[in-house]
Design a protein around this ligand. Sequence first.
Ligand SMILES: [Zn+2]
Length: 319
Amino acid sequence: MIMSSLKGTPHAHSAADPAVTQKPAAEPLLSKPVLYKNQVLVLFYHNLQADPTDGSKPEALTASLFRDQMKNLKDGGYNVITMEQLVNFELNNKPVPANSVVITFDDGYESFYNVAYPILKEFGMTASVFIIGFSSDVFDPNALPHLSWDEMRELKENGMGIYNHTYNMHREVAINAKGTLQPALPNNIFLTNKKRVETAKEYDKRLISDLTFMEKRLDEELGESPFRLLAFPYGAYNDKAIKAADQVGFSLYFNIKSGFNVPGQRVINRINAGDAGFTGKQLMKILKPYNQPGLFGKSYVEAVEISVTGVYKKIWQGA
Ligand SMILES: [Zn+2]
């Protein structure tokens, strides 16, 4: 028999652990490549569109390219996890599978329901949408269509997440008498009628009332969520914005800066995968630098933690 003849063969490892040589070559755990462990990558998208049938150039990522991306994620061994898993990983150090990816969409466009949702269902994947309350509450004939609360209820019942992208701070505001425009969330607004910039107290009050109202809208329309999440409009934020938003009780914040996410992070890095024309192959290419087979030991984790701290510091200082 082959087994008995192997037993008698001199082997470098047989003295240390003869059982090793008899183990099957492919264990179930090793059937998927381990690209990275104990880290999570988060992707973000905006608007999608159906494939044009009139030969026109797509303005947004098309359905077929989004499907191509999801297929490449699946075939590439990535595991799409839920937002709940990411929150538990960050706050409670709960383990996540190797090669974990979270899919997010910003701005709450109706194309999430019409285009992304059927494709996600096809692949058995979940995603979360950060919505702008004002855009779903108030119809604007000039804007791209936004999700209705009915659509969001259906999405939530089917495992998709719906979270806060502010009620009405997804816009630029004047920050001085000259009318210089800057994102509304991290900047003190110039109050035209008072001919001055709002005070720190007025700033806090504006942020807290917008974010609290948005959480109230989400709760009353979709039912209470066990945690509150905020994606910063334009990815713009600073320490005073976080300090004010913390009073509303957010668990995690989401930026638009590429990078890994390790346990205990409060501001989640996200990788842009949503540009028009972006293929599955291109997605694999931008995720490749995060693949570190065989390098998920202590030194690797430390290196990632150092780089994450560096990113924090840079943003924290407003750079
Ligand atoms: Zn946005």
